[in-house]
Design a protein around this ligand. Sequence first.
Ligand SMILES: *[C@@H]1O[C@H](CO)[C@@H](O)[C@H](O)[C@H]1NC(C)=O
Length: 391
Amino acid sequence: MARIVLLHALVLFLFTFTSAIAEAVTLNVVNFGAKPDGETDSTNAFVSAWGRACSSTAPTTIYVPLGRFLVGKVVFKGRCNNKGITIRIDGAMLAPSNYDVIGNGGNWLFFDDVDGVSIIGGVLDGQGTGLWACKRSGKTCPTGATNLGFTNSNNIVINGVTSLNSQMFHIVIDRCNNVKLQGIKVSAAGNSPNTDGIHVQLSSTVTILNSNIATGDDCISIGPGTTNLWIENIACGPGHGISVGSLGKEFQEPGVQNVTVKTMTFTGTENGVRIKSWGRPSNGFARNILFQHATMVNVQNPIVIDQNYCPHEKNCPGQVSGVEVSNVIYQDIYGTSATEIAVKINCSPKYPCIGISLEDVMLTYESKQAVASCNHAGGITSGVVQPNNCF
Ligand SMILES: *[C@@H]1O[C@H](CO)[C@@H](O)[C@H](O)[C@H]1NC(C)=O
């Protein structure tokens, strides 16, 4: 009896194993009607290829060959039977240049409720310049679409992807778990509005490695409900730096905790490393954050905590932030500030920042000594710290 069970298990194993190999499938979008001419609308080809991949149980690669593929909004919707879908892109995907087509749709390429999806290579061109011009002219314009969005998804890899000229944020990770981004390149004009490079929120175990981000807003922004985030080896600039926040916009808000940001270069950016919260009541928080090994090259505000964020003095005048900021370590941060105040820690009078640690911080302003400006902040310094008039 035992032998029969064993034999049965072996047969089952071999069957599963060989059928998985036999069935690994590649779907070339051209075979679904996509045209690499940059003009023909190929949206339906992507939707069909995704449908096929999603309903299959075999590991499936959707292949986008060289060429330029014009696509409108595509929703890559789960749940799928498949937990191994790779989208391998050798060419470029282009959003419609008329911003009215996708500008009110939130996202251009949107993955919802998927598990085990990898995107490898390729250029995602949001063609956002028209929308930016509209916004700058003061006319009424669509909000704009995020180039690449993931929501409610797990076990995601985004590797070697270039995101160009998104209308709004370039890449958004929302309500996801276990996401690895690496070798990402983001490129948009330094004056393009709201074009954050990578935004993470309500997500856990996200890793962002070895990436180069040049854009008009935050290089990486970290929203409420982000935990266990690891960011390493990023070049940022132009842009607004790396920002935890804005936090505390809502009263009920999940906090941010356990964030590591290491080995960064900021070049000509508005901020280096920043934590910001609205000057409004909130139960949000930011704690256990490490900023380690950062080089600042002519950065306007290299180190900032701003708990009094209130754009246009609307919906918050006279209020103080309820967001508790604690246990934030700045370690080995050096370089040049483009303004005299290189360290600005401006916390809430009601919830002062606590456990701020400056260790080996060396920032200069025009080869002079820079200064620090700190309010309602408690902490310690160690090693060589300049400026050193905070605590
Ligand atoms: C913090 O996050 C990292 C991943 O970025 C993880 O490896 C580590 O276990 C987390 N630490 C805690 C205390 O949760």
